[in-house]
Design a protein around this ligand. Structure first.
Ligand code: KIV
Length: 287
């Protein structure tokens, strides 16, 4: 983003007001450099609990802790000035009830500077969402496939086909009525996602849902090709950086073993050249 195009980061109410407008753009981020790449291109950046799988090698998001979320949230916050930051509440940090949820949501926001939290669940989380919102914590809801519940959902399955339609619709209505400022629809069939988008007054953010949603989100390591363990159908690979990184590392390894690296331009002479000596006497030296 050029200096002249600089803008303020939106807040939860700005995101809510984008209902029905130009689609909201979002990606996950877990580190400062990746957040810097996204800043200004995304309306909001999610510090997702997917961090456990994409950066820490966990097989699900269930092992992600408050401490992990805070550490990654602080890193992402350092890279953002023009995009809003939303942070995931990790498994077991909010399900006991509103008081536990408030304590942990407030800690996540206070220690990372996030503008909102995201939590998974529909009807069963409505009371908690209402409690948080009334006490100053903007909540993004997440319904459909909720990865923290894979053990009760039976895996990473599409949610909302056939007999499940009414339950997913009820979840969407419940989180909107409870005061969530937006709702992520994950792995919800296209027709149902469009119906929810038409019915609820808050922006729907699709991931494996529909181009008709009010916005889209992807896990950044999926869309850049860094996470290669598997590729969900809903992921579009915009780059294939994983194989590029491996090729570069393998070239470096070959260069080191063959003593091609470091080359003359990467090493320091024992004696400083005259010109550099003169400059060095005026400026502080790094080496
Ligand atoms: O943790 C995450 O990355 C998410 C997105 C998939 C929405 O919740």
């Amino acid at each position: 983003m050029s200096a002249t195009a600089r803008k303020m980061a939106p807040n939860a109410e700005d995101i809510r007001a984008r209902k029905g407008g130009t689609p909201l753009v979002s990606l996950t981020a877990y580190t400062t450099p990746m957040a810097q790449f996204m800043d200004g291109h995304c309306d909001f950046v999610l510090v997702g609990d997917s961090v456990g799988m994409v950066l820490h090698g966990l097989t699900s998001t269930l092992g992600v802790t408050m401490e992990m979320m805070i550490l990654h949230g602080q890193a992402v916050a350092r890279g953002l000035s023009q995009s809003m930051m939303v942070i995931d509440m990790p498994f077991a940090s909010y399900e006991e009830g509103p008081a536990q949820a408030f304590r942990n949501a407030a800690r996540l926001m206070a220690e990372t500077g996030a503008g909102a939290v995201k939590l998974e669940g529909g009807v069963e989380m409505a009371e908690t969402i209402r409690f948080l919102v009334k006490r100053g914590i903007p909540v993004m809801a997440h319904i459909g496939l909720t990865p923290q519940s894979i053990n009760t959902l039976g895996g990473y399955k599409v949610q909302g086909r056939d007999a499940q339609v009414d339950a997913v619709l009820a979840d969407a209505r419940a989180v909107a009525d409870a005061g969530a400022f937006s709702v992520v629809l994950e792995k919800v069939p296209q027709g149902l996602a469009d119906r929810i988008t038409a019915e609820v007054a808050i922006p729907t953010i699709g991931i494996g849902a529909s181009a008709g949603c009010d916005g889209q989100i992807l896990v950044v390591d999926d869309m850049l090709g860094f996470f290669t363990a598997f590729k969900p159908k809903f992921v579009k690979r915009y780059a294939d950086l994983g194989p590029l990184a491996e090729a570069a590392i393998s070239e470096y390894a070959a260069d080191v073993r063959a003593r091609r690296f470091p080359a003359p331009e990467h090493v320091f002479a024992d004696q400083a050249p005259m010109a550099a000596k003169t400059a060095a006497s005026k400026a502080p030296q790094k080496d």
